[in-house]
Design a protein around this ligand. Structure first.
Ligand SMILES: [Zn+2]
Length: 258
């Protein structure tokens, strides 16, 4: 099982080495901004590296919303980030499931996801696997709880689409972690990546604050059980810089016997 961390984007391979990580995830642009990624000078080195790379799309993207002024640029930027992620040899682009606004029909969100995949297909494809991630908050989210995820997969499951399971988001979003990997797979048929994070907040709080693995409100043994059942690469998105994340990676290797 590959175990890695979310790192700063300036020198991802150095960050991997500093943590003893098999894999790293990073952004290709400001996660809170609307800028398209610029080509990286180190693209060839990244693509040739043994370290497995994942790219996370900006948080601001929301391809599900009924708001044109958000949805249309989100769709275009998602494709731009996918192309740029493929150019550095990434194994996948992770994007949050998004949401519709209060008062909007949730079905609109799932249909907008379907249109996003149709748009990408018409434009030559994403160029790498797109992994939709579950989110912690919102009453109108497309991928907070499994009932919504089921409707999302009904809309996009015929396309080449993967799933990224975030353990902090699942807990804070109101999904029990016990048996979660199997319940997710019964909806999506797959788990491509786990974001292995503990949570600072209570179950179903809707809050998204990650904690180090042995340091949050979730029993760490439950996190390990989810990872083992998922059988997918794991990325920690935890605090504490290189030292904190190296401890989390070592913890998982120890508990998983890797
Ligand atoms: Zn995550």
């Amino acid at each position: 099982m590959l175990i890695g961390a979310h790192v700063d984007s300036a020198a991802p391979l150095d960050e991997a080495a500093a943590r003893g990580a098999d894999a790293v995830q990073f952004f290709l642009a400001d996660p809170q901004g609307w800028k398209a990624p610029v080509p990286r000078a180190d693209a060839a080195a990244l693509a040739a590296a043994d370290t497995v790379l994942y790219v996370h799309a900006p948080y601001v993207l929301n391809v599900a919303t009924a708001n044109n002024r958000i949805r249309i640029p989100s769709r275009k930027l998602l494709l731009a980030h996918a192309r740029a992620a493929a150019a550095v040899g990434a194994a996948g682009l992770i994007v949050h499931g998004g949401h519709v606004n209060r008062g909007d029909d949730p079905e609109t969100g799932f249909d907008n996801w379907r249109k996003t995949f149709a748009y990408a297909a018409d434009s030559g494809g994403f160029g790498l696997p797109l992994l939709i991630e579950n989110t912690a908050g919102g009453e109108h989210a497309c991928a907070r709880r499994l009932d919504a995820l089921k409707r999302l997969w009904d809309a996009v499951g015929d396309h080449e689409v993967g799933f990224c399971l975030d353990t902090c988001h699942a807990h804070a979003g109101g999904e029990e972690l016990l048996g979660l990997a199997d319940r997710v797979r019964s909806v999506t048929g797959r788990i491509d990546l786990v974001h292995a994070n503990n949570s600072r907040d209570p179950f179903d709080s809707g809050r998204d604050r990650h904690a180090n693995l042995a340091d949050g409100v979730i029993d760490p043994a439950l996190l390990v059980a989810v990872l083992r059942a998922a059988g997918a690469p794991a990325i920690v998105e935890t605090p504490g810089g290189a030292a904190g994340q190296a401890r989390d990676i070592a913890y998982l290797r120890d508990k998983l016997g890797r």
